[in-house]
Design a protein around this ligand. Structure first.
Ligand code: G
Ligand code: G
Ligand code: NA
Ligand code: MN
Length: 253
């Protein structure tokens, strides 16, 4: 309850910020994009993990305004980086189920693209099965419209849900993010290696790009590169950091 109370004022008190984690092409090990990850630092509660406050934001509907804040921040940041460093990075933003019940979501995304001058192919929206399972009729339409606009759509946390395969067939995904729980033991567990290899082959067979999440070691990286996995994200390449650190670490050289 205290979290909910504090969360309501978090935006107006400027307590929310967006961090960025690098996304790397595995063949060249070069930077191709970043995932925007929300951070909340509250004077009463300290720093609270999104794992803790996103579900509350979702349940209370606060996620609608917070989600717009993340979209605006991340797209604006990417437009700035593109202008100043001439780097066409792809910015990935997480969307949760409740945001799709907001009729204003698509117009808002169009407005932010307009205002920032960022082109839609430099934007990727990450959704989990939770979004699709919420069963809202407008989700089909929303995903089709986003796809037609040229915005990319990723299936996040792939492999952890119940019926990922039917979703892949029914919705316009262009990227598969293999959940980090499958990557973790890839060098020691032959079954996990087999599963990740199958996910890469299946994703690519369907014309999707495949991202391995949670890449932490050089050995995992080598295996994933050998499997032909397209992209990687994880502590090996870099943790989520604020915009300034991201810029000095990955862009200014
Ligand atoms: O960095 P990590 O602790 O950032 O994130 C924890 C969880 O919170 C992940 O499942 C991530 O997808 C989710 N998350 C982080 N930022 C956002 C956001 O802006 N919107 C939504 N819906 N989820 C987010
Ligand atoms: O659910 P989603 O995949 O959006 O969340 C990504 C989460 O994974 C974030 O909390 C992020 O901080 C975390 N993360 C990113 N890279 C790594 C990694 O290499 N190892 C681990 N354990 N977590 C990671
Ligand atoms: Na994500
Ligand atoms: Mn994920």
């Amino acid at each position: 309850l205290l979290i909910e109370e504090q969360l309501r004022g978090a935006l107006s008190r400027n307590e929310l910020s967006v961090h960025y984690q690098p996304l790397v092409a595995l063949d060249s090990r070069s930077l191709v994009g970043a995932e925007a990850l929300l951070r909340w630092n509250n004077p009463v509660l300290g720093s609270i993990s999104p794992e803790e406050f996103i579900p509350i934001a979702e349940k209370t509907g606060i996620i609608v305004s917070i989600g717009r804040f993340v979209l605006q921040k991340a797209l604006q940041q990417n437009a700035d980086w593109k202008r100043r460093y001439n780097t066409p990075l792809r910015i990935a933003v997480n969307l949760s189920p409740r945001q799709f019940r907001d009729d204003g979501l698509l117009p808002y995304i169009k407005q932010v693209l307009d205002e920032t001058g960022l082109s839609p192919e430099h934007v990727e929206l990450e959704i989990t099965e939770g979004v699709l399972m919420s069963g809202h009729t407008l989700i089909d339409q929303a995903l089709e419209s986003l796809n037609k606009m040229g915005i990319g759509i990723s299936m996040d946390d792939f492999g952890t849900g119940y019926s990922s395969l039917s979703y892949l067939r029914s919705y316009p995904f262009d990227t598969l993010k293999v959940d980090k729980s499958f990557i973790q033991d890839i060098t020691v567990d032959p079954a996990d290696l087999e599963l990740v290899g199958a996910a890469v082959a299946m994703g690519q067979g369907l014309g999707l790009k495949v991202i391995a999440e949670g890449v932490e070691t050089e050995a995992q990286y080598q295996l994933l590169a050998t499997l032909g996995c397209d992209y990687g994200q994880g502590y090996l390449f870099g943790k989520p950091v604020d915009a300034e650190i991201f810029e000095t670490t990955y862009l200014r050289h």
